[in-house]
Design a protein around this ligand. Sequence first.
Ligand SMILES: CC(C)(COP(=O)(O)OP(=O)(O)OC[C@H]1O[C@@H](n2cnc3c(N)ncnc32)[C@H](O)[C@@H]1OP(=O)(O)O)[C@@H](O)C(=O)NCCC(=O)NCCS
Length: 185
Amino acid sequence: MNHRVRIANEADLLQLAEIHVASWQDAFRGVVPDTILDGMSVAASLKSWIKNFAAFPANIAVALGEDGEIAGFCCAGPITDGDDWEQYPFRVFALHIRPPMRGRGIGSALLDDALNRAAHKEGLNTAILWTLEALVRARRFYEREGGVLVKKGVWQIDGIALPEVAYAWQLPRASAKGSRLPAGA
Ligand SMILES: CC(C)(COP(=O)(O)OP(=O)(O)OC[C@H]1O[C@@H](n2cnc3c(N)ncnc32)[C@H](O)[C@@H]1OP(=O)(O)O)[C@@H](O)C(=O)NCCC(=O)NCCS
């Protein structure tokens, strides 16, 4: 199925906050401590989205479900600081699909859109994404999408150290799919 992907607009932010909280509480359960997951709120997430959107409006893409609701999001964009940036100047920061809408190719369409943007709009030839080592299904997804495990690290969250891994892509990828609607569509 061809999922419609477009740049987020301000009216999307509440849905992004809802998806963010629902996806973390579902997919990260057993990996990220319950105290952190249960302490998440849509209101706090919305504040972060408002800041994030104000700073990097072009970095947030959304995929629309058949009903026109947002089914998932991907935050990705060029980076110019941190350890990796010269080798990997484009980073996928976050990719989340509403729990009931996973496994329908929506994550694949969003990742494809981000990597196409890196290659064709930004003119970059590598991209990187960090994820938690224990997220086996997400890692299988990235490996199926052609990501190559390039680094290991540790993510510090609320004083807790969680092992993480990085996947990288050489761009442009051989197969390009997905499409983007104009902002506001
Ligand atoms: C990982 C994720 C972005 C993939 O998007 P998607 O639309 O479900 O993926 P697609 O339909 O394109 O591909 C299906 C693959 O996604 C992954 N997937 C499917 N359901 C999943 C779930 N409930 N949790 C985690 N990964 C899942 C699996 O690898 C699946 O392949 P499989 O059927 O062989 O197990 C999405 O499942 C998700 O939001 N997972 C939870 C949050 C997460 O882990 N995000 C990445 C953190 S960096």
